[in-house]
Structures are given as C-alpha cells and as structure tokens.
Design a protein around this ligand. Structure first.
Ligand code: URA
Ligand code: URA
Ligand code: SF4
Length: 263
C-alpha cells in the first residue's frame, strides 16, 4: 500500500533540488506550502567527508554508555577501513588508485549502497563524489538529510576498469567488508541504489522494475530499492519514481529513528 501522496510543494522542492529551477516560476505555490518549507540546501561540496583514517567524531547521543559503544564501533570500522586500504583479494586491486571504503558516521540512521567507485571516487578515495554523487547529495537533501549524516558505501571498494559492472567473483571477494559495515553501523534503514546493489543485497536476480516497490529485510534491517543516481542522469523520467521511493524512506526513517533533541 502506498502512503498518501505528499503535498505538491514537496515535489516542487525536490525538482528544484534536482535542478528544475524553472518550476519555481510559481513561487506562491511553493511558499504557501503547509508545514515544512523547502528542503535544506545541500551541504557545501567543499566540506570533505571524514577520511577513513580519522573517523568522524562520535556525536553525543544518550549519555556516556552510548558514546563508549559508538566509540568501539567507530574504532572497529576504522580498523576495517585500514584492512581494505591494503586489500588485494580480487583483480580490481590492480587498477585502483585508492580504495573507497565508505563515508559517514557510525551512528547513521540511513545507509545507502551503490555499486562501486567511479573515476572521481577512485582519485579521492571517497564514495559518490562525482556527478552521480552530486545528484545523490541533492536527493538526500530533498528528504532533509545532509550527506554527512548518511553512511555511504558501495558493493565493491575498488573501481572496476572503465566503470564496468563488477564481476560476481569480485563482488564475492569484497562483500564481507560491506556486511561488516552494515553490522557495525546498524542503520535503521538501508537503500540499495541500482541493480548491482539490489541484486547483491537481496540475493535475487531481476530487473529494477521487478525489484523496486516492496520493503525488504536485510538481516533485520528494512531495505528499499531505488534507481541509481547515474541512471537518473541518463534518464530523467526515473526522477519521479525515485522521489516516491525516497519519500517512503524519509517517512519510515522518521518513524524508526526520530530526530533527537539537540542538547
Ligand atoms: N508526485 C506525487 O507523487 N505527488 C504529488 O503530489 C505531486 C507529484
Ligand atoms: N557510483 C557508485 O555506484 N558508487 C560511487 O561511489 C560513485 C558512483
Ligand atoms: Fe579487496 Fe574489494 Fe578492492 Fe577487491 S574490490 S581488492 S576485494 S577491497
């Protein structure tokens, strides 16, 4: 069952985030939106995501015990990143510049999973920092999340040559890192971006049209499948169904992990 349609203003704001500025030719409509105004602008691209060898500071949540637990998990995540940085378990090691382990806080409520690094990610060692990454950042902003508060990872940590899809053997060699990332972060929700992530995490074959729609369960974590931002760049018609998926993600995230009162 689909949730009730969100107000038109949300849709317009989302299109604005994604670069359809002309939609704001009707400012009165957007301005008179009941409840939440336009989404926050995307965080400055100049703010680098935390590097893996200096994990992000652990935000205070519910007292010292939670901080210690988060600290232990963050330290283990950092050790895992170090291990990946020297990994040669599959042939993708030979062509990479940098291993792209993942970015984001250990207590992230949302974890998004892509396919594998592209050229820009390979150069910088960070996930989703190229063109598709910019679009992902805007999509997250459209549901009220900055990319700094989302854990962002990929199925494979090294760039497949020419951006080809990773081979099943490469996925098999690498997937242990992601499985452990998911265990350590324990996000409230997972989003699989595109077919490679969806098929791998669900252990299913099938097209995006077949896999999209339901909420799945990945080892106890609710998982939503949506289109990869690179697919949206090639085919703008996919922006709307992606928006509908992300509305569901936003609504469920608010239920599962309500925002905490800032002290
Ligand atoms: N798309 C939707 O799903 N709902 C709207 O209200 C507008 C566009
Ligand atoms: N595409 C992906 O799947 N992952 C990235 O990190 C960048 C582009
Ligand atoms: Fe290791 Fe994964 Fe890189 Fe292959 S893709 S070398 S398994 S980190």
């Amino acid at each position: 069952m689909r949730p009730p349609r969100p107000p038109v203003a949300d849709w317009l704001a989302y299109l604005g985030e994604l670069g359809y500025e002309e939609i704001y030719r009707q400012p009165a409509l957007a301005a008179s939106a009941p409840g939440g105004g336009p989404p926050q602008p995307p965080a400055e691209a100049s703010t680098p995501a935390p590097s893996e060898d200096s994990p992000a500071p652990v935000p205070v949540r519910s007292g010292p015990a939670a901080v210690i637990r988060d600290g232990v998990r963050a330290a283990e995540l950092a050790r895992l990143a170090e291990r990946a940085a020297g990994c040669t378990a599959c042939p993708l090691a030979a062509g990479r510049q940098l291993v792209v382990f993942g970015s984001g806080p250990v207590d992230a409520g949302l974890m998004v999973v892509g396919e594998g690094p592209g050229a820009e990610e390979d150069r910088r060692g960070l996930p989703f920092v190229g063109r598709a990454g910019e679009l992902l950042t805007r999509i997250l902003a459209a549901i009220g999340l900055s990319r700094e508060e989302v854990y962002i990872a990929n199925i494979v940590k090294c760039r497949p040559p020419g951006n080809r899809e990773p081979e099943p053997s490469e996925v098999a060699a690498c997937i242990g890192y992601l499985e452990r990332q998911i265990e350590l972060v324990r996000p409230a929700l997972l989003v699989a971006l595109g077919k490679t992530a969806a098929q791998t995490l669900l252990g299913a074959s099938g097209s995006m049209a077949q896999l999209r729609g339901p909420w799945y369960d990945f080892r106890g974590v609710p998982l939503k499948v949506t289109y990869h931002p690179a697919a949206l760049l090639r085919n703008p018609a996919l922006k709307r169904p992606t928006w509908e998926d992300m509305q569901e993600v936003r609504d469920r995230l608010l239920r599962e992990r309500p925002p905490e009162e800032k002290p």
